[in-house]
Design a protein around this ligand. Sequence first.
Ligand code: UGA
Length: 440
Amino acid sequence: MSERPKISVIGTGYLGATHAVCMVELGYDVIGLDVDESKVASLRAGKVPFFEPGLPELLGKHLDSGRLRFTTSYEEVAEFADVHFVCVGTPQQKGSYAADLTYVESAFRSLAPLLTRQVLVVGKSTVPAGTAVRMQEVINELAPCAEVELAWNPEFLREGFAVKDTLTPDRLVFGVHSEWAESQLRAAFKPIIELGTPVVVTDFATAELVKVAANSFLATKISFINAMAEVCEATGGDVVALAGAIGLDDRIGKKFLSAGLGFGGGCLPKDIRAFIARATELGVDQAVSFLREVDQINLRRRARTVDLGLELVDGDYTGKRVAVLGAAFKPNSDDIRDSPALDVASSIGAMGADVIVYDPEANDNARRAHPELKYADSLDEVLEGADLTLLLTEWQEFRVLDPGVVAKKVKALRLVDGRNILDPAAWREAGFAYRALGRP
Ligand code: UGA
């Protein structure tokens, strides 16, 4: 095998598309596969099917280089690549906490029968512990070449920073069963390893667990500070000051300690639930039972935000025009999966309010998921005539809102800051009834 293995990336969603493009940026020849023809057509045309800063530019650059192509053909992928990265999604199963592994199974079962020479298949999808062993069995059963091996290499990229996180990750985790597999992974990540990036070489189960443990820790940190917000609400304390003070202890640290509406997205919520489901199957549910509380604290923040708004409109949302700023689960993303902002917006809509939503990037996705809500194309439009304004995703455009300017547009000076990003004193001075989570 050449020093620079040829790479395939199976599944061109968030993770796969970013991984494919970044591997070309690192100097590899890459083929990306998706079973969704429209995704492949879009990527071939240089269009990234989701919002991710910096990715469209890199895609355009590398499509021109001829070192990146996209296909729907497993045959083409098997023929081309020495190292295959499986990057398909593992969403939450309907009606269960467990992860839906249909796409992972299907990717392995489609690829394995075509593997006629020694190659490495690398799982990148976030999966319950034990999946890698099962996928190695699928390969052993179906691959014509007996030397095909599996490795697990979890991905830690954040949406909004996907390119940076992929090109300069904090660490690489290689779950492998042989020195050969490790050497192939080292070759596939050579430029990143040369930057001095730590490499953790471990077994399959640990590699799978590193990912869910990391996301569980992050979710727990957010819910911890949101639990403190609940206590602040009962005592008159200020959770922003509290977080600032405990965060100064560098054993605790300030990051992921922003209290507010809590976490959403396609990863943290479903990963902690899948972890609970898997731990229950393994008979160690007590070890992660705290994650149920982490989930509950998180969901309670959404209900609390609905209530704060209700208090400001004197206990009745009926007919009130409610301006919702933000629909994406976080800024710099158009992802609305399990979005706290949209959850709150739709609850308030169901309580009889006339809800109008504005998000700089996620309006189209939000409209598809929640056609019952109204949408505005600009900040000016959403604020016009509002009886109540809710700030629910902390886009930069909202961080710099001027209370004097907003006051001229809205009908009533009532605001809920669901992300604790505004200065309460400035808004109150401008005449607003200002409410926030975990602050007086
Ligand atoms: C998360 C992890 O941060 C990544 O490391 C991981 O690779 C990824 O999941 C994944 O599993 O693929 P992401 O879902 O992009 O990344 O979003 P985060 O930046 O982690 O934010 C998650 C949620 O937590 C957002 O809704 C955000 O608003 C919320 N959050 C974050 C808070 O409420 N408070 C904070 O202090 C930080």
